[in-house]
Design a binder for this molecule. Structure first.
Ligand code: TYD
Ligand code: MG
Length: 453
């Protein structure tokens, strides 16, 4: 137990024992025993000793929002929530080799050209290697300062002296904080380094972007352990063999989460894709069974994407259910609803579902599009050409309107689609040139497009 302590309610003086009169201010009967702040052993509990009272303000305090820095790379600025917030800590995660260093070198050069003082710290590559890449990307003339270093103490000392507006740490797994007794890349090193950098950013007003590698399964020492410390978490995703790369915000204290920026990896680095719908649909051929176009929303932006399904008799006792770019559990649910509510069984059939272009979809609004793709593949019958489809399916087989129906339909109009299938309800706006079909339940939808079951 902590020793009891006493204090005077008039002047705040503290004493080790009670007395009737305060020696500090001379008042009578003002001394009482302090209650501990919390209970527990004196050594480990915060209750043993009082802290300093912190200054409090109210919600109405006038504080102008900090000006954000824009890189001019729109796909990046939007994902950041409208530019880079000063003193923010950002984590950019992704598989090794996906293009994180390329993206951040281009980003840092863009910020530097806009007049922000920038520093790029590489713990993985020698300065000469970074310089070589910069030359290849046509960025050699950008006023970016470069360092190849892994000692965090030295890096922080340099930052303190240089006071840049933005620093890139590539990568957090290579950083070494000498106050922690473990190897770089271990969970405790990664966590300590990220904590140091984040608090340093808050204290000095320097924005920090940290690169973190993730592995497909483990993420043992991956960036997951630092996600809660930083303000913004971005993931750089893409399928190997595809040139598309998607920068997705999964957490953002300064903007919408789930916002995406789309890039294409070319021989000269990453280039922005300003119209992702056109890109995701570019490989689409003539309407074919199993292929439908889903009108989705990613963050604040509508994105049209092709869903492809293949349904074939299974040689296995346990038929396969394979999904790329969507949730496997959700697929199982759609299959179950189709079977239970519409009487369309998928037993004995292998089911494959793919989101074209390497995009990952998490919206429930894709339900109806998935159901349509599955039925279209199963019945070997294509949906009408130039049709987009979206809507949520409930377990009862009822269809629910998706959020932002109007935006989805607008995007479809813009890309030359002539008809849309979406559940009844939801604001549609003007629908010039777009023929709407508005089913209220799955049975009605199946009957209309595939005959009765
Ligand atoms: P990199 O940025 O080094 O990936 P990360 O930092 O995420 O590990 O990118 C490596 C890949 O990008 C590499 O396989 C080659 C490819 N790449 C291009 O296709 N074009 C380019 O201009 C550059 C710089 C890289
Ligand atoms: Mg790298």
């Amino acid at each position: 137990m902590a020793k009891p302590s006493f204090s005077c309610s008039a002047c705040g003086a503290s004493f080790t024992k009670w007395s009737g009169r305060c020696e500090g201010c001379g008042e009578w009967n003002t001394i009482s025993q302090d209650a501990g702040l919390s209970v527990g052993p004196a050594k480990t509990s915060l209750g043993a000793r009082r802290g300093r009272a912190v200054a409090l303000t109210d919600l109405a305090s006038e504080e102008t929002p900090p000006p954000r820095a824009l890189s001019g790379i729109d796909e990046l600025d939007r994902v950041l929530g409208g530019g880079l917030v000063p003193a923010s800590a950002i984590l950019v995660g992704g598989d090794p080799g996906i293009g994180k260093s390329t993206l951040l070198l281009q980003a840092v050069a863009a910020f530097a050209r806009k007049g922000l003082k920038t520093l790029y710290v590489s713990g993985e590559e020698a300065s000469a290697q970074v310089r070589m890449r910069a030359r290849r990307l046509g960025l050699a003339d950008a006023p970016v300062q470069l360092a190849a270093e892994t000692n965090l103490r030295d890096i922080l000392t340099t930052l303190e002296a240089e006071k840049p507006g933005l620093v890139i740490i590539d990568s957090i797994q290579t950083m070494w904080a000498d106050n922690v007794d473990s190897a770089p890349g271990s969970v405790s090193q990664v966590r300590a380094s990220a904590h140091e950098l984040t608090t340093f950013a808050k204290r000095t007003g320097i924005s920090v972007i940290m690169v973190g590698h993730v592995t497909k399964e483990g993420q043992i020492a991956g960036p997951r352990v630092v996600e809660h410390m930083v303000d913004t978490v971005l993931y750089f995703e893409g399928e190997r063999g595809h040139q598309f790369r998607i920068l997705r915000s999964v957490k953002n204290r300064f903007g919408a989460a789930d916002e995406i920026g789309v890039f294409e990896m070319t021989g000269a680095g990453l280039s922005e894709v300003t119209n992702p719908s056109a890109l995701f649909l570019s490989e689409r051929g003539a309407p074919s069974p199993g292929s439908v176009v889903f009108a989705g929303i990613e963050g604040t932006r509508p994105v049209l994407v092709e869903l492809q399904a293949l349904v074939a008799p299974s040689p296995h006792s346990q038929p396969r259910r394979t999904v790329v770019g969507w949730d496997g559990g959700r697929l199982a649910m759609i299959l179950a609803v189709l079977e239970a509510r519409c009487g369309i069984p998928f037993a004995g059939l292998d089911v494959y579902l793919n989101v074209a272009g390497g995009l990952k979809i998490s919206e429930p609004a894709a339900d109806l599009a998935v159901a349509a793709a599955l039925l279209s593949a199963r019945e070997d019958r294509a949906l009408p050409a130039d049709t987009v489809i979206f809507g949520e399916i409930s377990l009862s087989g009822a269809l629910r309107p998706a959020s932002q129906t109007e935006n989805r339909l607008k995007e479809a109009q813009k890309l030359g689609f002539t008809s849309a299938i979406a559940p009844a309800g939801g604001k549609t706006g003007t629908l010039e040139g777009l023929a709407m079909t508005r089913p209220t339940d799955l049975v009605g939808f199946v009957g209309e497009f595939f005959g009765a079951g």
